[in-house]
Write a protein that binds this ligand. Structure first.
Ligand code: NIG
Ligand code: FE
Length: 409
């Protein structure tokens, strides 16, 4: 048995429990002052008072130097497997083109689809694994990854195999989502219904058969998939045993959040344009609001009403949405800053939003997301005395040391 001691922790701040936190509980964090954490075989064994343990009893002793320790961050929404980049869209944006204008002109997601189809599996694996390395450096120890830049049977399977290979080989814990309904591929232009039928009848069953994803996600948006198409896709996915996610109310509210709540989707993503009815539906369905503030920042859009959603009793999570179009940043610390500044969440509410709530929204709440006995020993030692400092400083990487399954990265 390998025993590790993290000693000299100035402040250990963590939510508690294996369930998502909502309403007045969103900001419930435990704060241990001057503590140490005992780890055995990659799992948290005990939290004790600093100085209580005998260092000689341990194989590894990590000195936290009196700093802040939190659970490893969980990024519950990424599109980090993609071919090429889209830096040329920046000039179009500056000239005034909107996100959907670029997509309608055959660019945007479809540009990345072309580049992803052209990329080899090895190329995608190497590029995506490097992103995971970078994310670990920012304190992210678990993340969700979506397919959705292939949009053919072969290229979606290729993306999902890349995600599976990372799940098996990379230190990061990776949770795979199938997002074949990310855009209407050029082969199906003007035939969205037929593409949805293809996804429901062929792709979803095949992905289930190969065991390549845990969730299915769809982009329910004006000029992409409407609420009825989304309902059909989500029903087919549920019937095959997948849990559900939906990109809803990002630009226009066309019924995606109402559908998410009604179908008790695990999470609904974006929610910038969400209305009262949509919020009521999410609260009723127990659906987590996966808010993506760095995307609002990058699109120059408004911000999802996260403060209001907390008050309505919806569990709120904050994720990066890392992708080559609407958010080319994988720095979840930036989303933390925006969670306070733009969503008006407290640091405690934000910590919950980047740890236990996203962990639950990717079905990993019993494994990660808090520092408690029995959970995986995924922790971050911060160059900060408290989490307020992490919320306040921006633009620097404040993660000092990252510990994954008890090992220093
Ligand atoms: O979540 N909105 C849809 N999908 C991604 C963006 C994908 C892209 O632009 O490449 C998102 O923001
Ligand atoms: Fe997304």
């Amino acid at each position: 048995m390998k025993k590790t001691l993290i000693t000299n922790i100035g402040c250990l701040q963590t939510p508690v429990g294996s369930y998502s936190h909502k309403g007045s509980k969103q900001g419930l964090n435990e704060k241990y002052i001057n503590s140490e954490v005992i780890i055995e075989d990659g799992l948290i064994k005990e939290i004790t008072e600093n100085g209580k343990s005998n260092k000689a009893d341990f194989d590894q002793v990590i000195d936290a130097g009196g700093k802040l320790v939190t659970p490893g961050l969980v990024d519950g929404h990424t599109h980090l497997v993609f071919g090429g980049y889209r830096q040329h869209e920046l000039a179009m944006k500056i000239a005034g083109a909107g996100y959907l204008d670029i997509l309608r002109a055959g660019g945007g997601i479809l540009d990345t689809v072309r580049k992803t189809r052209d990329a080899s599996e090895e190329e995608l694996y190497n590029k995506s694994s490097a992103f995971l390395d970078e994310m670990l450096g920012f304190g992210i120890t678990t993340c969700e990854v979506k397919s959705g830049y292939g949009l053919t049977m072969d290229s979606e399977l290729k993306m999902l195999r890349v995600i599976k290979a990372m799940k098996e080989n990379h230190k990061m814990d990776v949770v795979p989502t199938f997002m074949g309904a990310h855009a209407i591929p050029p082969e199906y232009e003007g035939r969205g219904d037929e593409y949805i039928d293809f996804l429901c009848e062929e792709m979803i069953p095949e992905i289930r058969k190969q065991g390549l994803a845990e969730f299915c996600d769809i982009f329910c948006e004006e000029a992409v998939f409407d609420a009825e198409q989304s309902r059909k896709y989500m029903t087919a996915a549920r019937n095959e045993g997948f849990d559900l996610k939906i990109h809803a109310d990002e630009i226009e509210a066309i019924g995606g959040t109402e559908l998410a709540g009604e179908m008790e989707a695990t999470s609904a993503e974006h929610l910038i344009a969400i209305k009262e009815d949509g919020m009521d539906a999410l609260a009723k369905g127990g659906t987590t609001a996966m808010c993506l503030p760095a995307t609002s920042f990058y699109l120059g859009a408004s911000y999802a009403p996260a403060r209001k959603m907390v008050e309505k009793g919806i569990p709120v999570a904050i994720a990066s949405d890392y992708n080559p179009g609407s958010c080319p940043s994988l720095n979840l610390q930036l989303a933390i800053n925006l969670g306070c500044l733009k969503y008006r969440l407290t640091p405690e509410e934000v910590l919950t939003a980047v740890t236990i709530n996203p962990a639950c929204a990717i079905n990993r709440g019993d494994l990660v997301g808090t520092v408690e006995p029995g959970k995986q020993a995924d922790l971050v030692i911060w160059n900060a005395p408290d989490f307020e400092m992490v919320c306040y400083r921006f633009g620097s990487n404040l993660a000092d040391k990252v510990i994954k399954k008890g090992e220093l990265i």
